[in-house]
Design a protein around this ligand. Structure first.
Ligand SMILES: Nc1ncnc2c1ncn2[C@@H]1O[C@H](COP(=O)(O)OP(=O)(O)OP(=O)(O)O)[C@@H](O)[C@H]1O
Length: 449
């Protein structure tokens, strides 16, 4: 991670006090700001924070509203007695939002609602400390090693991976949201691979399509004789994932009556096997994924709000493929290299058809389309006719809007340049624009990065 320019200039790093009863949350937020050169003080309760403030006053406080004894709101006037001008930013769950708004009137500087958007949090902290954002730009967070089969080129994906790099080393549970086939499982694998648990396995539990009784035994295990057919003790996936991570896929499908048990496992790090009378401690990092909109599910009474907040500490959303068109051609090339037993390339028309398609099935749809094309194509060039007809015929009802068009343009330019081995004259010819126009466009593209 990079350090902040203003911090280097001041040679004194700002001291940020992070108050949260969850150690994993403190580690996550603290680790994020350490990456920008901050010094972090931690407190697990308002009482501990107040004790520390007197001896070691920080430059600002990030204060969780829900704390075990004294709440963040109750602590505010006491902070003000000790340090009248210190900036305080509250972090609140949606349920406490009204309280937080009132607290801002009573002396908090700002509030952020969970799940935390790290970029938003950073802006709130920099604003509160009056660090000019120009001092901070430009920065990128270094990414750990990516596996060779993880393909991306878009800025949207790069941003997501930067957040993943920040959250992975913490022990905090993670919820990955995104449409079907967008690559949520790959992100779960990365979180695990970039965590301190990487030398242990990541175990997948699919929460879809199982009845509550089956899920309970699958996740928490059962003791011999717990029900008909339980002829042996069963460990359950939570315990199998001991030391490693547990990936709860399709968590939005988890039956409502099972959700309190999952919440308890998350909060207390222990499970009770079906038919058992003793709890068993578990040491597992939880990573969950869903393609459902859980806020809607909560409103419909199908998903528990407390479980949602427990899982969804930091906002992590895998964008639809149509919102990161720069990834289409690199992914298509990669899949072609996997499925064809020879070198194949895409014709410009096939590339164009792929770049403008709506990809409602996301990366999975692209993968299937390329697999099919590799089977149908006799030569070494994939043509539009090798693609499924809805792709080859180009966009119909949902023509890309203006925002998407510029993405299409950018992706087309990048893809064409690559086809031409970076030769701009040749690429401009193929694109049907002047070399000069291409160079202007490239300036634009580079300026955005
Ligand atoms: N960045 C990527 N690089 C290479 N392959 C990818 C990438 N993203 C997704 N894929 C591939 O696309 C397919 C779909 O991805 P994945 O199963 O992770 O999606 P998902 O979001 O978990 O889907 P679902 O919501 O249906 O569970 C997989 O074959 C996966 O390997």
């Amino acid at each position: 991670m990079t350090s902040n320019a203003s911090l280097k200039r001041d040679s004194k790093s700002p001291v940020l006090m992070v108050v949260d009863d969850e150690p994993s949350q403190r580690k996550l937020i603290g680790g994020f700001f350490e990456g920008f050169g901050f010094t972090i003080l931690e407190a697990e309760s308002a009482e501990t924070m107040l004790e520390t403030l007197a001896q070691q006053p920080p430059d600002m406080i990030l204060l969780d509203v829900r704390l075990p004894a004294m709440s963040g709101i109750e602590a505010l006037p006491k902070i003000r007695e000790l340090l009248p001008t210190i900036p305080v930013v509250l972090i609140t769950a949606y349920a406490d939002l009204r309280q937080a708004v009132a607290a801002v009137k009573n002396g908090a500087d700002d509030y952020l609602s969970k799940p935390i958007d790290l970029e938003e949090l950073k802006v709130a902290v920099y604003d509160a400390l009056a660090i000019p954002s120009s001092d901070d730009a430009p920065h990128t967070i270094a990414l750990p090693n990516l596996p060779a089969d993880f393909i991306f080129e878009s800025r949207a994906m790069r941003q997501l991976l930067e957040t993943v790099a920040v959250v992975a080393p913490s022990e905090a549970p993670i919820l990955i949201q995104g449409p079907s086939g967008s690559g949520k499982e790959g992100i779960a694998q990365l979180i695990h691979a970039w965590s301190s648990r990487a030398s242990h396995p990541i175990i997948t539990a699919n929460c879809a399509g199982l009845s509550s009784t089956l899920i309970e035994s699958e996740l928490f295990g059962h003791v011999k004789g717990a029900f008909t057919g339980a002829s042996e003790d069963r460990k359950g996936l939570f315990r199998t994932a001991h030391g490693g991570s547990l990936f709860l896929d399709e968590v939005g499908e988890m039956p409502l009556e099972m959700q309190p048990k999952l919440l308890r496992a998350l909060e207390a790090s222990e499970v009770t096997p079906v038919g058992g009378d003793r709890t068993v401690a578990i040491d597992t990092r939880f990573i969950a994924a869903t393609n459902r909109n859980l806020v809607d599910e909560i409103q419909e009474g199908r998903f528990r709000e407390d479980l949602f907040y427990r899982l969804n500490v930091v906002e992590l959303i895998v964008p639809a493929l149509a919102d990161r068109r720069e990834d289409i051609i690199p992914l298509a090339r990669y899949f072609a290299s996997q499925f064809a037993n020879r070198q194949v390339r895409m014709s410009p028309q096939a590339s164009r058809a792929m770049l403008t398609h709506s990809w409602t099935g996301n990366v999975r749809e692209l993968r299937n389309a390329i697999q099919r094309a590799c089977l149908l194509c006799q030569g070494d060039v994939i043509l539009p006719e090798h693609l499924p007809s809805n792709i080859a015929s180009g966009p119909t009802s949902d023509l890309p809007d203006v925002g998407r068009l510029s993405q299409v343009e950018r992706a087309t330019i990048v893809a064409t340049l690559r086809e031409c081995d970076g030769n701009r004259t040749q690429a401009a010819k193929q694109l049907g624009i002047s070399r000069r126009a291409l160079i202007y466009k490239l300036h634009d593209i580079e300026g955005e990065h």
